[in-house]
Design a protein around this ligand. Structure first.
Ligand code: NDP
Ligand code: OXD
Length: 309
């Protein structure tokens, strides 16, 4: 049973090293050196070329190299009967929570402004926004959102979270479904997007959503670039409805050199690093799934293709 890594543009040396360390006899191939396509039964992938999977007629599992699967499900020619899995890993939730805490505290303690002051040798103290007065709203209460919610609660913030189905997290006010969205937004000073990208969530960070937040709210998007209507954010910043944003993901990545976000004084840009997939941490669950599939068992962490996550 051959294992194919198909991740155009990504360095996969450390994946190969970790996979081989766990399974020395793995018949591992790296796209485009595929060999006989009929031998490929397991594919580990990130941003595969659309239609690619159709030539592997014995494929039994398509494994995302990350937590998100939008890069797989957007393929209109995706074979319908092959299970798609994703990464679920505690270290990814920890890493994302660190990024969220950093961004929230950066905003509340005005660090972004102090960086600018420092470059001008300007001494200008600002009053911090106290955690207990700030209401944070997290879109998405899954592996990542729930962890961030818990950690923000520990710091003393008022935390709310929105999900598709109803969730319970101690100390967090939870909201479920589209009918609860407006109420959730009206109570949110810092809006954090940790949703999967699906037809239902694409473009959710738009002018209509921003208008439902209290004036001057802050936005953090660490999910997918297509959640944000970028021109709407620029408009909302101009009117003051949104006071600033921290963005890790973009419609086009890498963010084009001439993109207005780069120079915007109220936007913090990071290059899709909020939670990286570390091969050493994740290879065991990939190999475990490979072995499950090999012995005829269903893989773990299968996504619902219809639902989109
Ligand atoms: P999960 O699948 O564990 O959680 C998704 C959450 O979103 C769930 O709470 C789900 O609701 C909610 N949700 C989905 N659709 C809707 C909807 N239509 N309305 C309301 N809520 C909805 O995902 P993760 O937490 O593991 O990851 C989230 C995303 O983060 C990934 O899909 C990926 O795109 C992104 N990501 C970004 C990274 C980066 O470096 N920037 C790194 C890793 C992930 P319910 O609980 O009811 O199912
Ligand atoms: C992921 C990501 O989905 O890194 O894991 O974006």
């Amino acid at each position: 049973m051959s294992f194919l890594i198909i991740a155009p543009g990504l360095k996969v040396d450390s994946w190969i090293k970790q996979l081989r360390a766990l399974e020395p006899r793995l018949d591992l191939r790296v796209w485009p050196q595929v060999g006989d396509p009929d031998e490929i039964e397991f594919a580990l992938t990130w941003n595969h070329p659309p239609g690619e999977f159709n030539q592997y007629k014995n494929l039994k599992c398509i494994a995302s190299l990350g937590a998100g699967v939008d890069h797989i499900l957007r393929d209109p020619a995706l074979p319908a009967s092959v299970p798609v899995t994703r990464v679920v890993e505690a270290s990814m939730a920890q890493s994302m929570s660190e990024y969220i805490l950093l961004s929230v505290l950066n905003y509340c303690r005005h660090l972004h402004a102090y960086h600018k002051d420092q470059s001008r040798r300007k001494w200008q103290p600002r009053v911090p926004l106290p955690a207990h007065k700030i209401r944070i709203g997290i879109l998405g209460l899954g592996q990542l959102g729930a962890d961030a919610a818990r950690k923000l609660c520990h710091l003393g913030f008022q935390v709310g979270g929105w999900s598709r189905t109803s969730r319970k997290i101690p100390g967090v006010s939870t909201f479920a479904g589209n009918e609860a969205l407006d109420n959730f937004l009206s109570q949110t000073n810092i809006l954090i997007c940790l949703l999967p990208l699906t037809p239902a969530t694409e473009g959710i960070l738009n002018l209509t959503t921003f208008a439902k937040l209290p004036a001057g709210a802050y936005v953090i998007n660490a999910a997918r670039g297509a959640h944000l209507v970028e021109k709407d954010l620029l408009k909302a910043l101009e009117t003051g409805q949104i006071s600033g944003a921290c963005l890790d993901v973009f419609q086009i990545e890498p963010l084009p050199e001439d993109h207005p976000f780069w120079d915007h004084p109220q936007i913090v840009v990071t290059p899709h690093i909020s939670s990286l997939t570390y091969p050493k941490a994740v290879a065991p669950q990939i190999v475990d799934n490979y072995n499950r599939v090999k012995s005829g068992k269903a893989p773990m962490h299968v996504v619902d293709i219809e639902r989109g996550y």
